[in-house]
Design a protein around this ligand. Sequence first.
Ligand code: BTN
Length: 330
Amino acid sequence: MTTKDQLLLYLKENQGNWVSGELISNNLSVSRAAIWKHIRNLKEEGYVIESASKKGYLLSESSDPITADEIRQGLCTKVFGKKNIIFLNETDSTNTRAKELAAQGAPEGTLVIAEKQTEGRGRRGRSWFSPPGGGIYFSLILRPVISPGETPKITLMTAVVLAETLISLMKLKLRIKWPNDILVNGKKLAGILTEISTEMDAVNYIIVGLGLNVNTQFEKFPQDIKGNATSILIENGKQFPRVKLIQHYLKLYEIYYDMFKNNDFEPIMKRWRELADIIGKQIRVDVIGKTHIGKVVDVDNDGVLILKDDQGRLQRIFSGDVTLARQITL
Ligand code: BTN
């Protein structure tokens, strides 16, 4: 273990309490100047460490940095995130970075994660609000041996994995909104952006991007999304450690992905239907330039929404924005 790792461990063991520089320097057998240098580096990595001349150093309880090392430590996956975690303090979009890496041959399970995105992208050409400190923004590279037509299953599966991750870690009454948003109390907590590269009739790689509002404060959301967005902090009234969420998600992702590769998709879809609770509901779907109103008959295994209109005609809808009937004002 390096001196820096030892120092970090020591600070973590005493998180929330002051530890004197002299004590650290004696325990680790390094100079006070060396300690100070490592503290500065740790702060640059995002650890919140206070220092005071008579007290020493204190790792704040609110310190919640995402680093490749933090994610790797205690990660119980076989492949995902094991070797390739690319952490960027700031980038335009982790999906864009992941695409570049995948095109250069990055292996399956490579994770590109950023503290901040300057051009975070959402579905249908929208942007994704990605400030530092509160959110999780990452993209996973997958290389399944499937035809392009099967890709929507990956998106449906991702929504289930994320929902199950959140359900198992905290009390949240969440719902999947077709096709792949996670809503809590009707507001958007997370979104998924799946991008695909194909060659001939096969998938070359898939990028699964995830944006999750974890410790974002209500005041920090821009005015135009304040009414529609939420975070774990807002819903639960307390912060949640982001690394724990990422590790849990990756572990579950691997399990579900193995099921998918073993053609065991039906249980995943069943769970999606339960979590979405949309079948039989009267809805409106806004597709570019068109609006459909009707009752949901099913969402099939390809993620296609099947809607019956008031004249009994069935419509197959591939993408759009859904509003539930009780929220429709005509
Ligand atoms: C949506 O609901 O519109 C999807 C949002 C997806 C946002 C994530 S954040 C990480 C990854 N990088 C991006 O640029 N977008 C996705």
